[in-house]
Design a protein around this ligand. Structure first.
Ligand SMILES: [Mg+2]
Length: 336
């Protein structure tokens, strides 16, 4: 197996590990100490995955099967999975899946259009669409699939995957920035660009017509935090957020990884850096499974599968499937 394949696998397994371990403390207050957390993760239980992994698996499955983005197939896979096991999803996303299910059960599959598929998500929240983190939390397989795409193709890929459930620009733009971070991390540490510069350029173009430069402001805050020697979890959660919106969780996930690239962590091994990313992201509190899953996708891509602790891999549900899907996505992009 070569380095890039190990990074592909690291990304999808990292996302699963973050979801499974993070779900233990979702909206728990106060978040226990690191020692207590590590003790919990040393127990012989299996930690179950949640909606983050369930939806991510559907994205990977559809891209692998169709060898391209097929939004109608992906919407069907999301819907079937939700109907089969409707637990742990965001509060209002069920409305979208029930409407999609009505479309799939009342019409001939071949006659269904993309426009119809995107319509239920556009009706959410009085027509504004959802700005939750549900599009960003499932996007890592798109970063692997789109590793060779140019910026425009990549943005379109992520946008359309997002639009099935999230129509608000904050929800979509969060997914694009998270996907960009994962794609960048696949080339880390040999990447010749700076992640924050890259994210800022993307955010500027995404927010060019918007009065609110919300993601640009978050990137500025991340830059400031990166200049500090140490940052407390409370301070980071206050500045970057830790809730179920994309705007208040994607920047926290990106910072949780970037923090491990600071000079003060240079003595840590890549495995310790991966662990530090996950534990810090969970310590932020709030939507811990999604923030840890998004941080895990970036750190897993950067540090690769060999650096994800073996004892964590053993206790997380869904790792084997993530490994297989990452392998197939790698073959699709590198073995033509
Ligand atoms: Mg979840």
């Amino acid at each position: 197996m070569n380095d890039m394949e190990e990074k592909f696998i690291g990304s999808l397994v990292g996302a699963v590990v973050g979801d499974c371990l993070g779900s233990e403390y979702e909206f728990v207050t106060p978040i226990p100490s690191r020692e207590k957390m590590l003790k919990t993760y040393n127990s012989p239980c299996i930690f179950k995955y949640t909606d983050d992994t369930a939806m991510s698996r559907s994205v990977a499955f559809s891209l692998i099967e169709k060898k391209k983005l097929d939004c109608i197939d992906l919407a069907k896979k999301f819907t079937d999975e939700y109907i089969r096991k409707p637990y742990g999803y965001g509060a209002t996303i069920g409305e979208v899946f029930h409407k999609l299910n009505n479309i799939f059960s009342s019409k001939e599959y071949a006659s269904i259009t993309e426009e119809e598929i995107f319509s239920p998500s556009k009706q959410q929240h009085s027509g504004q669409g959802s700005f939750g983190n549900g599009a960003a939390m499932r996007i890592a397989p798109a970063s692997l699939f789109g590793i060779k795409s140019d910026n425009k193709e990549f943005e379109d890929l992520v946008r359309k995957i997002s639009l099935i459930t999230h129509a608000h620009p904050f929800g979509i733009n969060g997914a694009i920035l998270e996907a960009t971070a994962v794609k960048w991390a696949l080339k880390y540490p040999n990447n010749d660009s700076d992640l924050l510069d890259k994210l800022e350029t993307f955010a500027k173009s995404l927010e060019v017509d918007s009065e609110q430069k919300v993601y640009q402001e978050k990137i500025t805050l991340i830059r400031q935090l990166m200049l500090e020697y140490e940052t407390s979890e409370e301070d980071v959660a206050t500045k970057l957020g830790n809730d179920v919106t994309a705007l208040n969780s994607v920047p926290a996930a990106i910072y949780s990884f970037l923090r491990t690239t600071k000079e003060r962590f240079s003595n840590l091994s890549p495995e310790e850096k991966f662990k530090e990313t996950i534990l810090f992201s969970i310590s932020l509190g709030g939507d811990t499974d999604t923030i840890a899953s998004m941080a895990g996708a970036i750190a897993g891509a950067a540090y690769s599968i060999n650096c994800i602790p073996k004892n964590w891999i053993k206790i997380c549900e869904g790792v084997d499937d993530a490994r297989k899907q990452a392998h197939k996505l790698y073959e699709l992009q590198h073995c033509k």
